[in-house]
Write a protein that binds this ligand. Structure first.
Ligand SMILES: *Cc1c(COP(=O)(O)O)cnc(C)c1O
Length: 377
């Protein structure tokens, strides 16, 4: 099936009892059992919930996977992934991942005996060079936040297959509409459904998708054993949102392309980072592994004064953390999303004090450009 057909139908059948076309919100914690040892496959809602199962099947189909395992946040999913390894194991990971991923792994999980190498995975040689006898996982985010650097996913999956590592890709920035890492040979896809998948800035959620039965079994076990499950209403909202994912992503991208072109022509924007621009150093790789370039743009204004002027004076864009919603947001990564990353690390990747990140929404592009142009002139 095509993406939009799956988005609207996969994992959802009319309700057995009433024929309700939309999957109901099964807001219940427990289920009646007919007699001792006889039930309908539903015992307790941490373990089984039909609204959640529909969502898991739906996103698994969109990611061309077999199994989806939903969590209460992107970070709860990120945390569950570490149950695939044991104390003493080593993980190679992109140095420019989401700030919360860095905090969880480096400042929390390390205390449980896990060893992390933070490397620039956009150069595959750095992955090869970081391999240790106890390496078990290669974890990448592509494009990265906020520098929009791209890692070659076929290259990563080949390294992992050769060495029997598990490859994990945080696909939040692209959404399943623009990139399917499982199709490129990777083992696990992770999403913060909070972002593009839900897209309406009203839910926090996460999901992991895989084709591997073994990985699925372990993560399904952890979902129930550790219990970081999303509530039925949140699952229902996300399920409602995936129906329009394709049309939203097309519009996000169309708007982002136009805004990126505007920035390239404006001499106040010193550097523009957007994979869809020919000037992006990995534009060709982006074209090869992505079906679109997404809705995120970063701009270095060269001095902090201009950067501040932009974030403080926008009228339609809102100054806020997060991304991927229908409304346009603007953020100052150095002091907001990436404040927990040491300055030396930020400087190394070009994340300067004058960098501003734009999550381009689906408003009228003329209004968005005017909003910025009124400030930059
Ligand atoms: C937001 C985000 C996360 C974390 O997800 P939460 O839903 O906020 O817990 C992980 N990865 C990326 C790329 C993100 O943008």
């Amino acid at each position: 099936m095509g993406f939009s057909t799956d988005a609207i139908h996969a994992g959802q059948e009319p309700d057995l009892k009433t024929g309700a076309v939309i999957t109901p919100i099964y807001q219940t914690s427990t289920y009646a059992q007919e007699e001792l040892g006889k039930h309908k496959g539903y015992e307790y809602a941490r373990t089984q919930n039909l609204t959640r199962e529909s969502l898991e099947k739906n996103i698994a189909a969109l990611e061309k996977g077999k199994y989806g395992i939903a969590f209460s946040s992107g970070l709860a999913a990120t945390n569950a992934l570490m149950s695939l390894v044991k104390s003493g194991d080593h993980i190679i990971i992109s140095n420019n991942v989401y700030g919360g991923t860095y905090r969880l792994y480096e400042l929390v999980m390390k205390d449980f005996g896990l060893d992390y190498s933070w490397v620039d995975t956009s150069n595959l040689k750095n992955i090869d060079n970081a391999i240790k006898p106890n390496t078990k996982i290669v974890y990448v985010e592509t494009p990265t936040n906020p520098m929009l650097t791209i890692t070659d996913l076929i290259g990563v999956s080949e390294i992992c297959k050769k060495n029997k590592f598990i490859s994990i890709v945080d696909n939040t920035f692209m959404s399943p509409y623009f990139q399917n890492p499982l199709e490129l040979g990777c083992d696990i896809v992770l999403h913060s459904t909070t972002k593009y998948i839900n897209g309406h800035s009203d839910v926090v959620g996460g999901i992991v998708v895989t084709k591997s039965e073994k990985i699925h079994e372990r993560l399904r076990y952890i979902q129930n054993a550790a219990g970081a499950i999303p509530g039925p209403f949140d699952c229902w909202l996300i399920l409602r949102a995936t129906k329009t994912l394709a049309v939203r992503m097309d519009r996000h991208e169309k708007n982002a392309n136009k805004l990126a072109e505007y920035f390239e022509k404006n001499n106040k924007a010193k550097k523009v980072f957007y994979p869809g621009l020919k000037s992006h150093p990995q534009h060709e790789l982006a074209k090869k592994q992505m079906r679109g370039f997404g809705g995120m743009i970063s701009v270095d204004f060269g001095d902090i004064k201009t950067a501040k002027k932009v974030v403080n004076n926008v009228k339609i864009f809102t100054l806020a953390e997060s991304l991927g919603g229908v409304e346009s947001l603007v953020c100052h990564p150095a002091s907001m999303t990436h404040a927990s990353v040491p300055k030396a690390e930020r400087d190394k990747m070009g994340l300067t004090e004058s960098l501003v990140r734009f999550s381009v929404g689906i408003e009228d592009i003329e209004d968005l450009i005017k909003d910025i142009d009124n400030i930059l002139g």
